[in-house]
Write a protein that binds this ligand. Structure first.
Ligand SMILES: [Zn+2]
Length: 339
């Protein structure tokens, strides 16, 4: 049995119902969101001297603030993935690097093979909530999610960790979200990775992830000791990962191929989020061209190098692992299952 000592008060208690996922803001007890950051996560491109290189530090401060608060609830990390379709979006471009800035390229925590707290397994498991795996526009996404975990499992040269789909039934296993648990008890995760599916936009707003430009969120939960501190029982310098859960914002113009202008390829975003669930952080630096006054001139906006784990989605599907993706994955798992 996994131990999650506490959950977010944002758990929306009983007002979040499976059968009614639309606007229910009026039912949310407002005081229960007070402990979470109300900071505006929008990175104002115009006010930034430069968004290149360490120019992203401004948003890191905000993200770390949220992370500090979330730690009180047993969450080791939250990552927020957002979009900039094209140059027209540059004024509201949000760049949220992975939370633990000291662990760039990696998330700062890791699954332990044969961890007795995870049933002693040396594989990783995931479940998909089928009932939430169809986009509002009707894109069936469970197979896409399966395919994207397959990419991580098989495409890397360091493919020695099995990432196995686990049989799951919402009716018999319960809702596998630690955060959005529907009852008054503390829910246990069903699998190592819990793909919750498409979640109403207002819930993103509640956690400070602006629903207008946040595509998806991945939460990573760390094991804690009796004093509430995150553990590192194998001494690898990383928090011992308990489980993760991933949400996709249902208010995004999701696409099955990402080709239509302004649409977002669900497969690409799933691949990115699942990378976080496996311990990969962000990579790549956002490069924007500027005019003589140092202001972005709209000619060029891109990450360099281009990786799945770039921290924003900029208009183009990315379904293949690139150099940094592969190398960091290998760093995480090349020695699996020996540490
Ligand atoms: Zn990310």
């Amino acid at each position: 049995m996994k131990t999650i000592k506490s959950i977010l008060t944002i758990a929306v208690t009983a007002s979040f119902m499976l059968s009614s996922c639309n606007s229910e803001e009026e039912q949310l007890p407002k005081d229960e969101t007070q402990t979470l950051s109300k900071n505006d996560l929008t990175f104002n491109f115009k006010t930034a001297k430069s968004i290149q290189g360490k120019g992203i530090n401004k948003t890191l401060v905000v993200a770390e603030d949220i992370n500090t608060k979330l730690k009180d609830y047993g969450i080791a990390q939250i990552e927020i993935y957002n979009q900039a379709h094209n140059l027209a979006d540059k004024d509201v471009l949000t760049v949220i690097p992975i939370i633990d800035a000291s662990n760039e390229y990696r998330t700062g925590f890791r699954f332990i093979p044969n961890d007795p707290r995870r049933e002693g397994r040396d594989n990783l498991t995931y479940v998909v909530v089928s009932e939430f795996a169809t986009s509002p526009s009707g894109i069936p996404s469970e197979q896409i999610f399966d395919d994207m975990y397959d990419v991580w499992e098989n495409a890397s040269v360091c493919n020695n960790v099995a990432i196995d789909k686990q049989a799951f039934s919402l009716a018999t296993d319960g809702f596998p979200s630690t955060i959005l648990n529907l009852g008054d008890g503390v829910s246990s995760p069903v699998a190592d990775h819990n793909v919750i599916g498409y979640i109403p936009a207002f819930i993103f707003d509640l956690i400070g992830a602006s629903s207008t430009n946040t595509l998806a969120v991945n939460f990573s939960f760390g094991f804690r000791d009796e004093n509430g501190n995150f553990t590192d029982i194998n001494g690898d310098g990383k928090i011992d990962l308990s489980h993760t859960e991933t949400w996709f914002n249902d208010n995004v113009n999701w696409s099955a191929d990402g080709l239509a202008p302004g649409s977002v390829d669900i497969a690409s975003v799933a691949l990115h989020e699942f990378g976080h669930s496996l311990g990969l952080g962000h990579s790549g630096v956002l490069i924007a061209s500027v005019n003589e006054n140092g202001q972005p001139d709209g000619d060029f906006l891109q990450f360099s190098p281009v990786n799945v784990m770039n921290p924003s989605y900029i208009g183009n599907p990315k379904r293949d692992l690139a150099g940094d993706d592969n190398s960091i994955y290998c760093e995480q798992f090349s020695a699996w299952p020996w540490y």
